[in-house]
Design a protein around this ligand. Structure first.
Ligand SMILES: Cc1cc2nc3c(=O)[nH]c(=O)nc-3n(C[C@H](O)[C@H](O)[C@H](O)COP(=O)(O)OP(=O)(O)OC[C@H]3O[C@@H](n4cnc5c(N)ncnc54)[C@H](O)[C@@H]3O)c2cc1C
Length: 468
């Protein structure tokens, strides 16, 4: 679609909407339309008819009313990091929540309330002022909204659970424009669904999180080894992982050395394998627990050490800025057997883009101790999740990178559980969404029937209502 294909709407009804909003309405003719429609993933170039920059629940209600009466598709945007580009829509209405930036911390009760435009960078900034934090994303520009609603993997998860496990309550504008609260005491089934069920049930206008004492200093960073040691590093990590403490969350990363000052220049552009992680225990315990991961081979660079929690939360942000063309192919691993390790190593030898990476994220700990039916998260028992992140700087080479990611995923198929993580899904079809939700799927359909029977919120990893 191009800008010329945007459906023409009656000027009268657009003006009415504009006057009813406290926030701004952005139209295709506005000078900042291109900036307002852009999302993180450059692979998706969409042309919405209108963008409502919402300042509160009232604007969300108005926007939904308008979309219903004009029969427009609705995209909901928090931090804009959706990999399949669900936070924009050709010819429809975007509800952009990024102006909603409020954060309130109650240090006594260890609770934070945050609005849906907040990113982890702002959230951590406010909560760390009190030495508190909750599990957030690995890149600080990701939105708290989409990440939490889909589950939420991060450096604190083995100690404190997923982001969704720390979601205590939420305010939601439903498809009908009603405001409902979801908490343990009010609409608990809705809270269950928001903990992993994504944006299927309404627009969340406020999130309430449980916080934990963290930092402000932690032991974190990464150790980089030559790429030809990738098999040794994966095997060593596997053998070590069985006894890893909850305080330590790690990720093994197969990558091409970025031109970053933290790496010796000789390794820029060459294959590397890194163990990245954060330890939230005492410095002595961190030193002891990290040691086996730092002596697998002779490191290219060992950057583990004490650092502020907020520094680790944004450590690799510069490598993951907006605009690159990106695609993820992910799946939970039932284990890392030698065959899977050999397949990953062999595949990375033929990687097509220097921006493409393989992430093998260690799960377990507190994530695995939450009862399977306590939240809508579909899988908690797998020891690892594999995420093949295909990425190119521009459109050039993107299709080839996607093909390579799919081939890599296929190469380790025998080790995959068949389930995957909702927030790492690309546009992969209904069956993959079902597989991601697993045993939670039917309960999510029942909740969808109750809160969104016409599937107004369909631009997500969609759980259609039973009547669809
Ligand atoms: C660079 C990068 C790093 C990432 N790192 C991690 C990571 O460390 N851990 C992890 O778990 N995931 C990670 N992800 C995946 C990420 O969790 C998802 O892409 C997530 O959906 C992004 O949330 P967002 O608010 O930024 O995105 P958006 O694109 O704004 O939202 C994504 C979807 O969430 C829903 N949504 C957003 N806001 C609301 C709301 N207020 N109410 C209802 N529905 C809403 C909508 O369906 C929307 O389409 C990463 C993604 C990227 C691109």
């Amino acid at each position: 679609m191009t800008i010329h294909d945007i459906p023409i709407l009656a000027e009268g009804s657009i003006s009415e909407l504009e006057q009813a909003l406290r926030g701004r309405l952005v139209r295709a003719t506005d000078p900042d339309y291109d900036a307002a429609r852009a999302i993180w993933n450059g692979a998706h170039d969409r042309y919405p008819a209108l963008i409502v920059r919402a300042t509160g629940a009232a604007d969300v209600i108005r926007a939904l009313e308008f979309a219903r009466s004009e029969e427009l598709s609705v995209a909901v945007r928090g931090g804009g990091h959706s990999i399949p580009g669900h936070s924009s829509v050709d010819g429809g209405l975007v509800i952009d929540l990024s102006p909603m930036q409020g954060i309130q911390v109650d240090p006594q009760r260890r609770i934070a309330r945050a609005q849906p435009g907040v990113t982890w960078s702002s959230f951590d900034h406010e909560t760390q002022a009190f030495g508190l934090a909750t599990t957030g994303g690995l890149i600080s520009s990701t939105g708290i909204a989409g990440l939490t609603l889909g589950g939420g993997i991060g450096w604190l998860m083995r100690k404190h659970g997923l982001a969704a496990d720390n979601l205590r309550a939420a305010d939601v504008v439903t498809a009908e424009g009603h405001v409902v609260r979801a908490s343990a005491g009010e609409n608990p089934e809705l809270l269950w669904g928001l903990r992993g069920g994504g944006g299927n049930f309404g627009v969340v206008t406020s999130f309430e999180f449980q916080l934990h004492p963290v930092g402000p200093m932690v032991t974190a960073g990464a150790v980089f080894y030559p790429g030809d040691r990738a098999g040794d590093v994966l095997r060593a990590h596997r053998d070590w992982a069985a006894t890893a403490p909850d305080e330590l969350t790690t990720l093994v990363n197969l990558l091409t050395g970025p031109p970053a000052p933290l790496l010796p220049e000789a390794w820029h552009g060459r294959p590397l394998v890194a163990v990245i992680g954060m330890h939230v225990g005492s410095p002595d315990a961190a030193e002891r627990d990290l040691q086996p991961l730092r002596e697998i081979a002779t490191p290219v660079a060992d950057l583990f050490g004490p650092m502020p929690y907020v520094a680790m939360q944004s450590l690799v942000d510069p490598l993951w800025g907006p605009g690159a063309h990106s695609y993820m192919k992910a799946g939970y691993l039932r284990g890392l057997d030698d065959q899977a390790i050999d397949a990953l190593v062999a595949q990375y030898a033929s990687v097509t883009s220097p921006k493409t990476e393989i992430h093998i994220q260690h799960m377990g700990g507190a994530v695995a101790r939450v009862a399977p039916d306590a939240t809508a998260v579909g899988e908690r028992s797998a020891p690892y999740i594999l995420n093949v992140v295909a990425s190119t700087f521009t459109r050039d080479g993107y299709d080839e990178a996607v093909d390579w990611a799919q081939a890599t995923h296929a190469a380790v198929a025998p080790a995959l559980t068949g389930s995957t993580y909702v927030n790492f899904l690309s546009s992969e079809g209904d069956e993959r969404v079902r597989a991601a939700y697993g045993p939670a799927y039917d309960r999510l359909v029942a909740l969808k029937d109750e809160y969104d029977p016409t599937n107004m919120f369909s631009l997500n990893q969609n759980v259609p209502p039973s009547g669809a």
